[in-house]
Design a protein around this ligand. Structure first.
Ligand code: RP5
Length: 166
């Protein structure tokens, strides 16, 4: 009785499954022009100060994007932005806000990326921006926000560039 030749069974190891990290890594390589730093702020009125962060990043050749979104007025926009930030190629987020200044903390609550908060002065600030400084720096354990000085948007950009270099 003739026998059918047996099908050859490959002896090598099966290829390892692609992990999410690898997929994100490949995505990074494809998105060569993606911004690395996201600059966000709570109001259009914050722009004159916050655009100094953009200028500093531009001078350093760091790709960035700049957007207005309020933690109180646009909570869903902020949450979506923070949740998608890493996947979009962002690696640091700079968030400026005045008064109750929830924006940096809310962004930090929705992403594992480092968040640098910029406390801002505005028309109705208490004690020259101390309200925002405390709101941004007094985060609960486990949800840190790095906090620069009041209106110190340039310093936030310098710090972001240093984080990206490590
Ligand atoms: C904060 O309230 C903003 O970050 C801004 O600094 C301040 C005032 O906002 P506007 O009333 O000028 O929009 O949420």
């Amino acid at each position: 009785m003739s026998q059918e030749p047996m099908e050859e069974i490959p002896t090598g190891e099966a290829p390892a499954p692609v992990t999410e990290t690898q997929v994100e890594h490949q995505f990074d390589e494809l998105e060569v022009d993606a911004p690395r730093v996201g600059i966000v702020m709570g109001s259009k009125s914050d722009m004159p100060v916050m655009e100094k962060a953009g200028k500093e990043l531009e001078d350093r050749g760091v790709r960035y994007e700049i957007r207005v979104m309020s933690a109180h007025r646009d909570p869903d926009v902020v949450s979506d932005y923070a949740k998608n930030a890493h996947m979009r190629g962002l690696r640091v987020i700079i968030a400026g806000a005045g008064l109750a200044a929830a924006l940096p903390g809310v962004v930090a609550a929705h992403t594992e990326l480092p968040v640098i908060g910029v406390p801002l002065t505005s028309k109705t600030s208490v004690a020259g921006g101390l309200d925002a400084l405390l709101a941004i720096s007094q985060m609960p354990p486990g949800v840190p926000v790095a906090c620069v000085g009041i209106d110190a948007a340039k310093n936030a950009a310098v710090l972001a560039a240093k984080i990206l270099d490590t």
